[in-house]
Design a protein around this ligand. Structure first.
Ligand SMILES: [Zn+2]
Length: 281
């Protein structure tokens, strides 16, 4: 009888152990999804992430890239004036040594529609398997001396979205024109823009107006980031439409800046307005 009792006890113990094991394993699966959110918040704090591209290890694949690597092309104007395609971001890294900055295009979740501005715009797609999140962001690139570009990046995760945006921004670099078109100033140095320009994207319309020296960048904050990277020190502006859509606003700002170089200018105006194209000499 005693032996039988022992056996029964052993069996019970074994079954108890297995139950404990099963219970321990189960809740682990539920917690796996949560840590991602914390990571996102940490990344979002940085509008200026450190991303270094290795120019020395770069092996160019395009013709323009090879010429830059060899040293045949040393000025970005040699590429932009001919309209040659820029397909490798290292070309820009070598020629103008740009700085980058991410714009606050997204919004964190909050009650009453009052979430703080974020670097990443988070969206979700409904699928049979569940919600598939994706992240998008907008980067501005410039050398603070006449050249800027902007790019949009979207991906399943934050880091590739950021890299995509910066890469696209570098590939879309263009030249701006600076001068002093302010009637209050008349100093003939390129600290502002030479004349008034308008840009539009969606419903957003922006007018950039020359400002006198010392005025600073009187524009919406995200546009100011782009103008600072372009090397403009003083400007006035006027906007209309849905300006809380930061992506349309910044696109409108870029289309205005692009119009600067498309204007026909009389030769006597160059000296009068202190017009300088691209980098200052
Ligand atoms: Zn001036």
């Amino acid at each position: 009888m005693k032996e039988e009792k022992n056996k029964k006890q052993e069996k019970e113990e074994v079954t108890e152990q297995t139950i404990v094991e099963v219970v321990e394993e189960a809740p682990k699966l539920e917690f796996e999804e949560k840590p991602e959110e914390f990571e996102i918040v940490e990344i979002e704090k940085e509008t200026k992430p450190e991303i270094k591209t290795d120019v020395e290890k770069w092996q160019p694949k395009t013709e323009v890239g090879k010429k830059v690597k060899v040293g045949e092309i040393t000025d970005i104007n040699q590429i932009l004036d001919k309209g040659l395609p820029i397909l490798e971001q290292e070309i820009i890294d070598v020629l103008i040594k740009p700085e980058h900055e991410l714009l606050l295009v997204g919004q964190s979740k909050g009650k009453f529609g009052g979430g703080a501005r974020r670097v990443f715009r988070q969206t979700q797609k409904k699928t049979p398997e569940g919600n598939k999140p994706s992240f998008s962001t907008y980067a501005v690139v410039g050398n603070k001396n006449g050249y800027v570009g902007g790019g949009y990046g979207k991906s399943k995760d934050t880091v590739p979205a950021r890299e995509k945006a910066i890469r696209k921004a570098k590939l879309s670099v263009f030249k701006i024109m600076r001068g002093c078109g302010s009637w209050e100033c008349n100093c003939k140095t390129p600290h502002s823009i030479p004349f008034k320009v308008k840009g539009k994207c969606g419903s957003v319309e922006i007018t950039l107006i020359p400002a006198p020296k010392g005025k600073g960048l009187v524009v919406e904050k995200e546009c100011a980031k782009a103008l600072r990277l372009a090397g403009i020190k003083d400007i006035l502006s006027k906007t209309s439409g849905q300006t809380r859509d930061k992506m349309n606003l910044i696109e409108a700002c870029f289309s205005a800046l692009k119009k600067l170089t498309k204007h026909k200018i009389q030769p006597e105006q160059i000296a009068e307005l202190g017009i300088q194209e691209g980098a200052l000499k």
